[in-house]
Design a protein around this ligand. Structure first.
Ligand code: ADP
Ligand code: ADP
Ligand code: ZN
Length: 207
């Protein structure tokens, strides 16, 4: 968990490599569905471009389908899900058990700066930043050679809307997971590497 631009995707990608389990980003799945013009994509597009959340029932179906695939057998890292209390309750009902709910704590002022420089691989969704995590070759993904793009929702007005949505609809999950004794808070740092060290330490992952 964490605010938009807090570093969830970046840290999830690193953890996924270290632990050899899939990184499941609901945002990336939705953006892919939009590009492929699937039924989910067509409905989701209107929400995502306004900085609003996609309706719970659609996202819950999408995640339960994804988690039933074979590569999830030995665990997975959820990034950007659950994002509302109904999504968290649905997860409990389906029987999905979490080991930890990692919360990246990052202030709103930091977010706006970070998201302006974010780039994402169009093909594999790997995250980059023009200053803090640049690719080896401008505009090209290090991992798959795909084209790097700026997300349409990473514009100042939509960023502010997403931060409002985060505070209203997602932040209550912090209390929800604290009560379940699953909450692990990690203070976001100025660099990706320092944040990774804090995340690994908090989760007790040896590297
Ligand atoms: P989220 O998935 O939470 O929206 P990302 O992982 O995509 O966030 O990170 C947002 C942007 O900030 C990306 O461009 C990423 O490269 C950059 N970034 C992530 N973590 C840090 C950090 N600790 N310091 C500086 N930049 C970061
Ligand atoms: P960020 O954390 O930077 O906002 P994401 O890729 O996680 O980026 O999400 C981008 C957008 O995708 C959200 O603003 C929302 O519209 C949609 N989305 C992603 N995950 C969910 C979810 N669990 N529930 C509803 N909408 C979601
Ligand atoms: Zn790529």
């Amino acid at each position: 968990m964490g605010p938009p631009g807090g570093g969830k995707g970046t840290q999830a990608e690193i953890l996924s490599e270290k632990l050899s389990i899939p990184h499941i980003s609901t945002g990336a799945i939705i953006r892919n569905a939009i590009r492929e013009k699937t039924q989910l994509g067509i409905v989701a597009e209107g929400y995502i471009e306004k900085g609003q959340l996609v309706p719970d029932d659609l996202v819950i179906d999408m995640v339960s389908h994804r988690l039933s695939q074979k590569d999830c057998e030995n665990g997975y890292i959820l990034d950007g899900f659950p994002r509302t209390l109904p999504q968290a309750s649905a997860m409990d009902k389906i029987g999905i058990k979490l080991d930890a709910a990692l919360n990246l704590v990052v202030a709103d002022e930091v977010i706006v700066k970070r998201l302006a420089g974010r780039r994402e691989c169009k093909r594999c969704a790997a995250p980059y930043h023009i200053d803090f995590n640049p690719p080896k070759v401008d505009g090209v993904c290090d991992k798959c050679g795909g084209e790097l793009i700026t997300r349409e929702d990473d514009v100042p007005e939509t960023i502010r809307q997403r931060l409002d949505v985060y505070h209203q609809q997602t932040e209550p999950l912090i209390g929800f997971y604290k009560e379940k004794e699953l909450l692990v808070n990690v203070q976001g740092r100025d660099t990706i590497e320092e944040t990774t060290m804090a995340v690994l330490d908090a989760l007790g992952v040896k590297c």
